[in-house]
Design a protein around this ligand. Sequence first.
Ligand SMILES: [Zn+2]
Length: 82
Amino acid sequence: MYKIIIILILLIILFYMVRRAARAWIEPKPDEATPGKDVMIQDPVCKTYVTTGTAIVEEVSGQKYYFCSQDCAKHFRREGTA
Ligand SMILES: [Zn+2]
């Protein structure tokens, strides 16, 4: 009788482990912020669209800005979006 209870407990543990593993495997992880992903973002200086993977990233007062080139990033730091 004890053996049956132990086997049942082991089966329940196994079931939960398999279910967790299956869920982690099936559900895609949120990877929007992953560098290299081609998300189109507008350069605030020259209005060109750049991809986050290739853009120059500048963080100004906690916010990230993406630029097509170092020149645009420099311009933004000096004069803002104007
Ligand atoms: Zn630019």
